[in-house]
Design a protein around this ligand. Sequence first.
Ligand SMILES: *Cc1c(COP(=O)(O)O)cnc(C)c1O
Length: 233
Amino acid sequence: MTTSTSPTSSSSPLAERLQAVRSGVADAARAAGRSPEELTTIVVTKFHPASLVRELAALGVRDVGENRHQEAQAKAEELADLDLTWHFVGQLQSKKARQVRRYASVIHSVDRLSLVDALRSEEADVDAFVQLNLTDDPERGGVADRDLEPLVEHVLATPGLRLLGVMAVAPLDEEPARAFERVRAASERVRSLAPEATSISAGMSQDYPEAIAAGATHLRIGTAITGNRPSLR
Ligand SMILES: *Cc1c(COP(=O)(O)O)cnc(C)c1O
């Protein structure tokens, strides 16, 4: 047998964490009676350098997530030679919406009518999730439960957006499984308006098994794969 080592050999800590999450996702899927192939794992690389995203790409990662426009745009430009799908998962200011459309294939944080208007385009559709706010705090991002249907109807009526489904972040002070049951219920309401919008973006490093059990199709996993985020200071 020959031994080959590359800079991204399977023994690197990053490769090991990625492998551990991949197995965890597959286990949670099987435990829920689902096929791991139904799930898209997005590696959230915010605050990490483009070089880390390049290492992840060498390990087979195709879907990456970012939550701040400037950082995302810079990385997408620097890594334009890789065939990556960029997911925008953070709160999005309307004045940045057009720019985000240029590099992001999927926007997970559509949460208000004015943002939908800002994303309107006659160009190719961008995939979009409507983000739910599962807290009572309007600062958290996401649409309030009572405003879900009008927002969905506005997305459906706006050219340039293709609705995939709902997105949510589980609140810190609630059992993830309970929070994700609320997401599942919201997803059913959305599907009654848009039968194709079956996707659910939910599940992070600490709660992805519960999200998978509740029907998540798109997992947004950061630190469990990347390791701790470098601090901003
Ligand atoms: C940072 C972030 C994640 C990933 O969080 P981890 O706990 O590091 O897995 C997922 N979703 C959103 C919206 C984020 O901002």
